[in-house]
Design a protein around this ligand. Sequence first.
Ligand SMILES: [Cu+2]
Length: 634
Amino acid sequence: MNTPAFPRLSRRRFVTGASAGLALAGLGLSLTSPKAQAKALPPVLSGNQFDLSIGYLPVNFTGADRSATAVNGSVPAPILRWKEGERVTLRVTNHLAHDSSIHWHGMILPSNMDGVPGLSFRGIAPGETYEYQFEVNQNGTYWYHSHSGWQEQTGLYGAIVIEPKDPDPVAYDRDYVVLLSDWTDEDPGDVYAKLKKMSHYYNFQERTVADLWRDIKEKGVARTWNERQMWNAMRMKQSDIADVTGYTYTFLMNGETPDSGWTGVFKRGEKVRLRFINGAAMTLFDIRIPGLKMTVVASDGQNIEPVSVDEFRIGVAETYDVVVEPSGDQAYTVFAQSMDRSGYARGTLTPDPSLTAEIPDMDYRPLLSHGDMGMAAMAGMDHGGSAAGHGNHSQHAASGGDHSGHNMGGMHHSMTGMDHGKHSMKGMDHRRHGMHASSVSDKPGPAGFGSRAEIHHAPSEFGPQVDMRAEAPQSGLHDPGVGLRDHAQRYGRKVLRYGDIRNLYPTLDRRDPEREIQIHLTGNMARYMWSLDGIRFADAEPIRLTYGERVRITLVNDTMMTHPIHLHGLWSELETGDPAAIPRKHTLLVQPGTKISYLVTADALGRWAYHCHLMYHMPGMMREVRVEQGGRGV
Ligand SMILES: [Cu+2]
């Protein structure tokens, strides 16, 4: 199915005019030659001393000139190659007009090197340089990104590849970073404002005539018409799979749009290791390479027992390494469709740059099942008076749906009789619930098997800030997730599930947890309010861990969104049923209406961020985790 490629011009064009040059000069950033910037891959920097310069970069991904946030003039930021056992020094200079920062995602390091303004350090002010220095005591695929403002949305993300000190258990002849991201021409602040005003803004079918006129004004008749046609043709009925969609996003693979595509070349007979990184702000991707089995060999940088799959979902901030063995003189499409099927990123693996492969159609658009929506168990449901809230959840007759035997059980919509308009959040005293919002139990079950604790909804979960609660959440371990559940039957694809993952090496800390903390992912979708246990970050007390303790965290997802939850500084050891080989992750997807448990050894003192990695959820759905000597409490 290979066709010779027509010569394609990259849609990335770079402004080289005097005005752009002057603007950059004013910020202390010189413009390198456009040719150098237009390279297909970000540059690779290796060694143990790095000078990274954060600045603006003129880009054009869609036909419109925009300004991105770049490192050393590159979006994505340069690939950093480190060696396990070395000490790295990274001098990061901020040439932006605003504070900036870099967080080394998944790295185990001292808390003042973690790069989170307000917790690790003060951030990097305009014109300042911050010197990061730490030992690299791990290996594998990681990434780095800004933890300031919306800079992660505007381009400040890059790959980290760490060569192991010992022989690599994974055999491969060549490796490529495959960094996925989502680009919008809009100002991310405007995206957030629109979501706050109208959570369904980017879901077309929810939109109004007024929106149509605004679109025509902003984009012209032709583009508006085409977009509407596309969305109508795809019959997008359900709206809650993703908050921000292909309506505004262009999905990128190694910084290339779907039009141009990324290209990776291999030689016949080679084993190719692909290091997938999801550096998107808001987009979960489902990845497959038609015609090739993928052997998943690492998750979040950690080696796992190889699993052969046809498809896998990568949550925002997760990384997966896969090995493929392409044969013959054939090209293959690396296809990464967004979870809501509103678009895709793509690349080509080919023995010959003149060959391309067919681009597959996107799969049917997943619809949230009644289970995901909390409508499975009719008992305990009360929709009375909910008209004001949550959009049209009445027509979920999921054609092409995704029900296959999944009854998530009893979410409770708490909108009954509530007049949201009259409840000002300012009037609410969240601190009343203070430190005791999370439920803590002292006799948790043994390590490796997850939680046996009862589901407990804290008093802080009751109020206009929370629009539903899962009453009987099921384990998310063996469910491939919304939109993937029937891919086995429908397409004959083996899809990776968390339950398939076993660590390649024995579990280091074999202790059972001393206690369990149950934390609920909560929100009010209609008002675009996100929180943990019903309490937003600004009003929350830290979660306190005692240095050295082993604790289980159970996350219960009381919302309809799939949230990637990231704990900084400490491993999240996912309990998949085998205490001897517990996989270590830094970011975990929690599916709608489900629960998931992991163990944490509090072996790093300090203040650590703990949050949903969907960028527009993060302001609310976040906590400080404080690891302290001595006394404990939550
Ligand atoms: Cu989230």
